[in-house]
Design a protein around this ligand. Structure first.
Ligand code: HEM
Length: 224
């Protein structure tokens, strides 16, 4: 994974050979399982670990939603059926991947420290313009969270700014980016908090990479 514009990568928390994600309903169970796993593989050298959580974690119309550290609900842009999730994430036989990879997926994990103190100084109205959705997911042209906005009717970005997060991430509503996001919030104290951004896709270039490149220069980069 290359560095992208604006990245300040910490080598101690970058790379590694094996990524293990343990998740559960209770933090104590996850911590116990992590300890048991680490003890079971004494030859592995732990590079980094970080505990996350998903505030307000819930399922709504087949989509897993949670509140992120910027107080916005995340998950609406994900598909709602198992078939669509597989379609976006599972490696196919015709992709030229080794046989053992077929049916598997590529996961991208990025620890994104967020300037939450600066963000909280912005008004909700300013934050909404930066994201391009209301905190509860409703679109800025009035469309409900579960439906599509009409970006074509707003070519100048008067309702949904052209440099807002969602408008850059998924400009063509009929061809959503082929990835499924599932991120966690983290808080290490001392202002070090943010998102353990995670997404799954069957093709890294078409999935994460193309969205990340489109997000270059988005309003969220300059928040605060
Ligand atoms: C790191 C800070 C980030 C924050 C705070 C953030 C926040 C959000 C929020 C609030 C939404 C709208 C609700 C939803 O559809 O889930 C959203 C949508 C989305 N985000 Fe992010 N995001 C971040 C990073 C990223 C990154 C790194 C990517 C991919 C490279 C990404 C890709 C997307 C996509 C594809 C959507 C769905 C757009 C749609 O279908 O309308 N986000 N994000």
């Amino acid at each position: 994974m290359p560095a992208y514009a604006g990245d300040l990568l910490d080598p101690r928390q970058t790379g590694g050979d094996v990524l293990v994600e343990l998740s559960g309903h209770r933090g104590v169970d996850v911590r116990t399982s992590t300890r048991v796993l680490i003890e079971a593989v004494p030859k592995w050298m732990l590079r980094w670990q970080l505990q996350g959580h998903r505030p307000d974690n819930r399922i709504h119309e087949g989509k897993a939603l949670a509140r992120n550290p910027f107080h916005f609900t995340e998950g609406f842009g994900n598909p709602s059926t198992g078939r669509e999730i597989t379609e976006r994430t599972a490696v196919r036989t015709d992709q030229g991947e080794p046989t053992w990879g077929v049916g598997g997926t590529y996961q991208v994990v990025r620890i994104v420290r967020l300037a939450t103190e600066l963000w909280d100084k912005d008004t909700v109205e300013e934050q909404v313009q930066i994201i391009g959705r209301q905190r509860d997911g409703r679109w800025l042209d009035g469309a409900p969270a579960d439906e599509d906005p009409n970006f074509a009717a707003d070519p100048q970005g008067r309702l949904t700014p052209l440099d807002s997060h969602v408008r850059l991430a998924a400009p063509d509503r009929r061809n959503p980016p082929p990835l499924v996001r599932r991120s966690y919030s983290y808080d290490r104290g001392n202002g070090d908090n943010g998102l353990i951004f995670s997404c799954f896709q069957r093709d890294l270039a078409k999935g994460f990479e193309s969205v990340q490149k489109r997000l270059e220069g988005e309003a969220m980069e300059y928040c605060g």
